[in-house]
Every structure is written in structure tokens, then in C-alpha cells.
Design a protein around this ligand. Structure first.
Ligand SMILES: Cc1cc2nc3c(=O)[nH]c(=O)nc-3n(C[C@H](O)[C@H](O)[C@H](O)COP(=O)(O)OP(=O)(O)OC[C@H]3O[C@@H](n4cnc5c(N)ncnc54)[C@H](O)[C@@H]3O)c2cc1C
Length: 732
């Protein structure tokens, strides 16, 4: 791609120059772009125009900050400012009488190829423009065509096509012949030199005409544009409180460490969430309306697996907190408290840390190395870990006396059962089955396995049984597919793997058969909605039927075991903290909310840690919850500004390779998928607003948008041109 920046003054035809060169290049079959920043009432004011040419389609609408070449239309503009960003070796074509050698000793120009042509004299001679403002663009187009080795004929054909009269063509021809450049080879000198009779023309800024009058057009405005980032829907919905747009922007910028650093502000478990999160952000992604949601989950995994960022622990504080339970809620609470400088002691009844992430979610979805890596990062903050210790009520009291607060994140410990009328050996709880399967040594070769339930445990138990060699696996669920609490993608994958699901089927009783067991079931229909909002299943009389099987796995959900908590402390979402013994007691995670996802448990653990911090220090770190009205929805996105692109789904293990416990989703090869983020509501310096501002009063200075309100008439073009709703109008 060649990028050229043109510097001139309003009225000299700088923007037209960009368009003429673009038209000529277009005739040669190249992709082109030409635009300028100008406005009629700013005649004489410095302006810039831009030209891009490429053999590939051009999608970048930004102004050109690092041009390959520069053209300067007005000699009074020649100075150091105009060469900002010019690439070494670039051409500077100046409209002036001087010989290019005279710039040889001016340091700012030394690394560049300076060329000069007296375009003003040529324009005056050809009667182009007025004496006060000669129009020098066509002469400079001719000169640039020579410097760029463009075909002069292509340029002249473009003139003709655009209706430019012969004087312009002659000006281009003359300038093509007359242009001189520093260190021009001798042979070039043999080309005909044009001697011009330079007439004295009065420049617009010469003598007493002065600079353009300071008409502050901004005072006419009734309202003014303001750049203020709004809330992207992914950030709004993420239960962990992740800055999704922020980490995607870092990845799009090839900065995986920064991406991880952004994630670690809210969640210590990106490698885990990048594998098992249901992807609330993807369900809300505005990009779904254009082609497909950004694969945020896989990108979070990429950042978690490849980033090396670490958080720095704040100076130690005098208070300490005991955390009970090392699932995502406990780990998140412990992490945030430790990084804020608190002493943290973590108690876990199991032999290893991780809660259901280790004992429930199977390794073909969450390999232990990924979980261990995330946990390792938490422990690096100096947490005092006690595994294999079950905390009972007495233990809780002791901890509350030893510490300033206790955070209880014990999850859901009571398994829901179902009386099938026979104490069958063939019936097992789903979580016990999964834990046993993870310990190894289990084999189900040739067995027919029946799983009862519709949640994650049911689907994971079914897929695990299939991996352990079961001859057939069937799930019976008493409601319909849309009511299944299991993550929908998991259900799809289970079906792909050959697992059958009998919807609207409820188990009644089990009895021994000649081989294995017979489970009697009943068909259901959906009735009125129950308290969960789902239509309740109603039995169909006389619809009983039997399914023969070798093993039944019950996966009917879990409930909170609140026996650990003192009766006086009825903790709930509204009142998660109570005074207890010498300190305070706070609950977190599924125990408190029963939201049932790792991501929600992480968010809850963080929230409770930050609440405790506020209680101890008075410092409010909990971000204020964004208002739904501030969330940018698809109707506010200018989809016409974005090209459709294919979503990178990441590598997936083929069905043939899935009979073992190898991870099914194997991640992305690169983070290029992050570039599909539309950056809804968040300015990403695309500069469409700067480009389209008809008054040229919008500039980007040190990365920030600066509105020149003295001249901004409040037309709102920047607001309507913003692809992502990051600018709005405010009434003055
Ligand atoms: C099979 C299965 C698959 C799932 N799949 C997904 C998924 O793909 N995506 C998703 O987002 N969510 C999934 N979930 C849900 C998710 O795992 C839970 O919502 C989440 O783990 C809850 O976190 P928690 O920290 O509140 O509790 P838990 O993860 O249950 O952790 C509680 C911890 O406290 C310990 N503990 C309990 N009592 C005591 C005590 N008295 N003393 C000491 N320690 C104690 C427990 O041993 C445990 O380690 C799945 C759940 C299951 C069962």
C-alpha cells in the first residue's frame, strides 16, 4: 500500500489532488481511497488530504499518520510540522521555486527525497484559479505522477473523464517535465526542462490579507458532541465482571500479557473460564447480527494459557480472613483479598483445591494442567492453604475468633435423590460417578447406561460413561430441550457423540431384570409454568414403558447444606454478611446464589472480597453496576462499516478421537479472532469521526479525541459516523 498525505490550504484543491491521483491509480486497476479534512468557511486554513493505493481492497478509514510520501501545496506551510510521521526515504514534493538541493542542509529534510516544482507559476501561466489563489493541484498531480513512476497518460485520461479542461492537462504535462529532485541522476537532466515565466501572484496569506478571520462558528451550536465510552454488552453481562472488550482490544493489539493483566483484574481463573464458561458474553455479542459472535471464550483461554502477566500484592494489611471452600468462589475471594494485602487462610475438605472444577467437570472439558496453572497463580500471592480439613460449626467459631472475617464458599453439598422403590446397586449419584471416574480404573465396556436429569452433571456423566466404553448411553429428562439447565453446546456435543436423550420422560421405579435392571418410565406433557418459569411436566396416564439397562446414574441437582452456618445468620443475596463471634461471616458462590456457573461463583467471590475490604478500609472498589440504558445494543452499531468475516471456532477433536479423555476443544492457534470485536461503545481510534468531520474541528492528539468547540457547529456528523456509538450529543 502507498499512503500519501497532502498539505495545503482551503481553496487550493488539495482534496481534489488526492482524488485525481486516486482516479488515475484506479484506472490502473488498483484499490484506492482519497479524502480530506476541509470546510468551505475555512478557506485559506491549513488542510490535509489523504490518498491510499493498494493492490488489495482497503478497509482502513483512518487518517494517515505515517505516510510514505508527502505533497505540500503551499510554500508557506513548508516547515518541520508537515513531515511528522513521514517514513524514511519518503518523497516530499514541495510547490516552490527553490531548487531541491537547497534543502540538502536542512536537517529535518535530510532523510527524505525532496522534490520541488513551481506549481504556482505553472497554474498562473495556465490560468488555473485566480491570481490570489492559483489552483496548483493538477500541476502537482503531474509532478507526483513522475516521481511515483505512474503513467502520465492514465492521469490525463482521469482528467478527461472528470471533465478537467485542457489547461489542467497542460499544467500536469509541464510539471511532469519540470519537477526536480535532490540527487537527480544526470541522465534525468536530459529530459526537457521547462522554463517558466514566474509571475508574481498574491498568495492568500501574503501581505496584509492576514490569517482567516476568527469566526467562532462553534458559538452557533445548540448542542455539542462528547466522546464518552458506553458499556459493551459483553462487559455488562459477564458475571465475573471481566472487561471483555478491554482484553480483546489487548489481544487485537498482539499484547497477550496485557490481555491477561486485564482479565486478572477481575478473575484469577481465565484458563478455566476460557474452557467451561457458558459464554454469556457471546450470547449478547452484537456481532451476531452481522455474522457470528466473537469467540470470546476461546480468546480468554488463549490469554490464560499464553499470557505471563502477574498481579502485584498490595502492602500487607493488619486484618486476616479465613476462606472455607476452594471452588471458584473461594479461590476468587482468596485471590482478591490476598492481592489487597490481607492475610488469607484457605480451608478445603478435599485433598486438592478446585471444588467442582476438579471433582465435577471432566478432564475432556477442563484438563487438570489448565486448572492447576490458574490455581498456582492464586497461591503465588502467599495464601496459607489447609487441605483435607472439613470445617464444622465448632471449627467455624474458632476461625471467626482467630480472623477478622470468615468467607464461606462451600458450594452445594446436598445431593438431590429420587426414591425408585428399590435399593439398587445399579443406581449411583452423578457426582459420585464422575469423581470415581476421575480417580481412574472404571470400565463400562458393553454396558447400557441410563442417566436421569437435564443439568451439567447429567450430560457430563453421560459423556463420561460413553468415554468409559459403554455400549449405549441414554439420558431421560422430564422436561423439553429448551428447559435443560445444561450448557446448550454440551448437549449438542453429547448428541453428536451418539448419546440419546429422551425428553418428556420421567423415571418411576427400578427393578432387577434377568440381566441388569429395568427402569420404568412415564411420558410427560408440559403444563402451566411453575415457580422456575418453566412449564411443569405433567404425567400422561397409561404411558408407562420400560427401559432395560445395566446402570442408572441420578443427576438431579444439588442443594446448599446450611448446617455449617449458625441459625442466627440467615445469609442471602441481599444480606450476605452477618456479625459472628469476634468477626463477621460472609457467604459466596453457589452456597449463596445457586447460580450454578464457575463464572458467577468467581464474580460472587470477588464481590464479597471487595465488600469485606470496604468494611475494613472504607475504600469502595466495587464497580458501580452499569445502567442497562448505557449498554450499546445492535441497533446502535453501524454494521455497514464492518466487513463480514469468518469466526474462528478453534480446533475440535474429531468424533473418531473422542472415546478417550483428551480435551475436545483444543483452542485457537492465534488471537486473530479478537480483531472481529466491534468494540461496541468503546472508542478504538478508528478515526471515522475525524475523517468525516465537515468542519475539520476534530483531531486526535496523543491518542485522545479533541473537539475544537470554537468551530464545532454541532452538526452531529461525528456521532452518526461513529460505528460503535462512542460519541453522543450534549445540549449546551
Ligand atoms: C458435573 C458438573 C459440571 C459443571 N460444568 C460447568 C460448566 O461447564 N461451566 C460452569 O460454569 N459451571 C459448571 N458447573 C457448575 C460449577 O462447577 C459450580 O457452579 C461452581 O463450581 C460453584 O462454585 P463454588 O465455589 O460455589 O462451589 P464448589 O465448586 O462446589 O466448591 C465448594 C468447595 O467447598 C468445599 N467444602 C464444602 N464444605 C466444606 C467444609 N465444611 N469444609 C471445608 N471445605 C468444604 C468443597 O469440597 C468444595 O471444594 C458444573 C457443575 C457440575 C456438578
Amino acid at each position: 500500500m502507498i499512503e500519501i498525505r497532502i498539505h495545503g490550504r482551503g481553496g487550493q484543491g488539495g482534496v481534489t489532488l488526492a482524488k485525481l491521483l486516486a482516479a488515475a491509480e484506479h484506472r490502473e486497476g488498483r484499490s484506492v481511497q482519497a479524502f480530506g479534512i476541509y470546510a468551505a468557511e475555512r478557506s485559506g486554513a491549513p488542510l490535509q488530504a489523504f490518498l491510499r493505493c493498494d493492490d488489495q481492497p482497503i478497509h482502513n478509514p483512518n487518517m494517515i499518520y505515517e505516510p510514505d510520501h508527502i505533497i505540500v501545496l503551499d510554500p508557506t506551510l513548508i516547515g518541520t510540522g508537515i513531515i511528522d510521521g513521514l517514513k524514511p526515504g519518503g518523497i516530499i514534493l514541495l510547490n516552490c521555486e527553490k531548487d531541491p538541493q537547497s534543502y540538502a542542509h536542512e536537517p529535518p529534510f535530510q532523510p527524505f527525497r525532496v522534490a520541488t516544482v513551481d506549481a504556482t507559476a505553472i497554474a498562473v501561466q495556465q490560468g488555473l484559479g485566480s491570481r490570489a489563489v492559483p489552483i496548483v493541484n493538477t500541476a502537482l498531480a503531474g509532478a507526483m505522477a513522475r516521481l511515483l513512476d505512474m503513467r502520465l497518460e492514465a492521469l490525463l485520461e482521469a482528467f478527461e473523464e472528470l471533465g478537467f479542461h485542457e489547461g489542467n492537462a497542460e499544467a500536469a504535462r509541464l510539471a511532469h517535465a519540470a519537477v526536480r529532485w535532490r540527487n537527480q541522476p544526470e541522465t534525468e537532466g536530459e529530459k526537457p526542462r521547462v522554463t517558466l515565466q514566474r509571475e508574481r501572484s498574491r498568495g492568500l496569506l501574503d501581505g496584509n490579507t492576514g490569517s482567516p478571520p476568527a469566526i467562532h462558528t462553534g458559538q452557533w451550536a445548540k448542542q455539542q458532541p462528547v466522546q464518552e465510552n458506553a458499556t459493551p454488552p459483553c462487559n455488562f453481562i459477564c458475571p465475573a465482571g471481566n472487561d471483555v472488550q478491554g482484553f480483546l482490544a489487548a489481544l487485537a493489539n498482539d499484547d497477550v500479557d496485557d490481555a491477561l493483566a486485564v482479565l486478572l483484574q477481575s478473575s484469577p481463573l481465565p484458563s478455566v473460564c476460557g474452557r467451561v464458561c457458558p459464554g454469556f458474553c457471546m450470547q449478547q455479542c452484537n456481532r451476531r447480527e452481522l455474522d457470528a459472535a466473537v469467540n470470546v471464550r476461546a480468546l480468554e483461554r488463549y490469554a490464560g494459557d499464553h499470557g505471563t502477566a502477574r498481579v502485584i500484592r498490595s502492602p500487607s494489611r493488619p486484618e486476616s480472613v479465613a476462606v472455607i471452600g476452594s471452588g471458584p468462589a473461594g479461590l476468587s475471594g482468596a485471590w482478591h483479598l490476598a492481592r489487597l494485602g490481607y492475610g488469607v487462610s484457605l480451608y478445603e475438605q478435599g485433598a486438592e483445591l478446585g471444588g467442582l472444577m476438579r471433582t465435577g467437570i471432566p478432564v475432556y472439558r477442563l484438563p487438570r494442567e489448565a486448572l492447576d496453572r490458574d490455581i498456582e497463580r492464586v497461591l503465588e500471592l502467599g495464601i496459607d492453604v489447609h487441605t483435607g480439613i472439613r470445617i464444622d460449626r465448632g471449627g467455624l467459631e474458632r476461625l471467626a475468633e482467630e480472623h477478622d472475617a470468615v468467607l464461606v464458599a462451600t458450594g452445594l453439598q446436598r445431593l438431590t435423590s429420587l426414591d425408585l422403590g428399590f435399593d439398587a446397586q445399579g443406581v449411583q449419584q452423578g457426582l459420585e460417578f464422575l469423581d470415581q471416574a476421575r480417580a481412574g480404573g472404571m470400565e463400562l465396556a458393553g454396558q447400557k447406561v441410563l442417566v436421569v436429569g437435564g443439568g451439567n452433571t447429567a450430560v457430563d456423566a453421560a459423556r463420561t460413561a460413553w468415554r468409559l466404553g459403554a455400549a449405549s448411553v441414554k439420558v431421560v429428562y422430564r422436561r423439553s430441550r429448551p428447559d435443560m439447565p445444561a450448557i446448550s453446546e454440551e448437549v449438542d456435543e453429547a448428541i453428536d457423540e451418539g448419546i440419546e436423550i429422551d425428553f418428556l420422560t420421567a423415571p418411576l421405579h427400578i427393578e432387577p431384570a434377568q440381566r441388569g435392571w429395568n427402569l420404568t418410565c412415564q411420558s410427560m406433557v408440559l403444563g402451566e409454568p411453575d415457580e422456575s418459569g418453566r412449564r411443569s411436566p405433567m404425567p400422561v396416564n397409561g404411558s408407562e414403558f420400560t427401559i432395560a439397562c445395566d446402570r442408572v446414574i441420578l443427576a438431579l441437582g444439588q442443594k446448599a447444606d446450611t448446617s455449617l452456618l449458625p441459625e442466627s445468620s440467615a445469609l442471602d443475596r441481599e444480606h450476605p454478611t452477618a456479625k459472628f463471634a469476634e468477626g463477621s461471616l460472609t457467604a459466596a458462590g453457589d452456597l449463596l446464589t445457586n447460580e450454578g456457573t464457575v463464572t458467577a461463583a468467581i464474580g460472587c467471590g470477588r464481590e464479597m472480597a471487595l465488600r469485606l475490604h470496604e468494611q475494613f478500609s472504607g475504600e469502595q472498589l466495587l464497580p458501580t453496576v452499569a445502567d442497562e440504558a448505557q449498554v450499546v445494543r445492535s441497533g446502535q452499531i453501524r454494521f455497514q462499516d464492518f466487513a463480514q468475516t469468518r469466526r474462528d471456532p478453534g480446533k475440535v477433536l474429531p468424533l473418531a478421537g473422542r472415546r478417550g479423555f483428551t480435551e475436545v476443544h483444543q483452542g485457537l492457534d492465534s488471537a486473530n479472532e479478537a480483531r472481529r470485536c466491534l468494540s461496541c461503545g468503546v472508542c478504538n481510534a478508528c478515526d471515522r469521526c475525524v475523517t468525516w468531520c465537515p468542519d475539520g474541528v476534530l483531531r486526535r492528539v496523543n491518542g485522545q479525541l479533541v473537539f475544537d468547540y470554537d468551530y464545532c457547529k454541532g452538526c452531529g456528523v461525528c456521532v452518526t459516523e461513529c460505528s460503535r456509538a462512542a460519541i453522543h450529543m450534549e445540549t449546551g
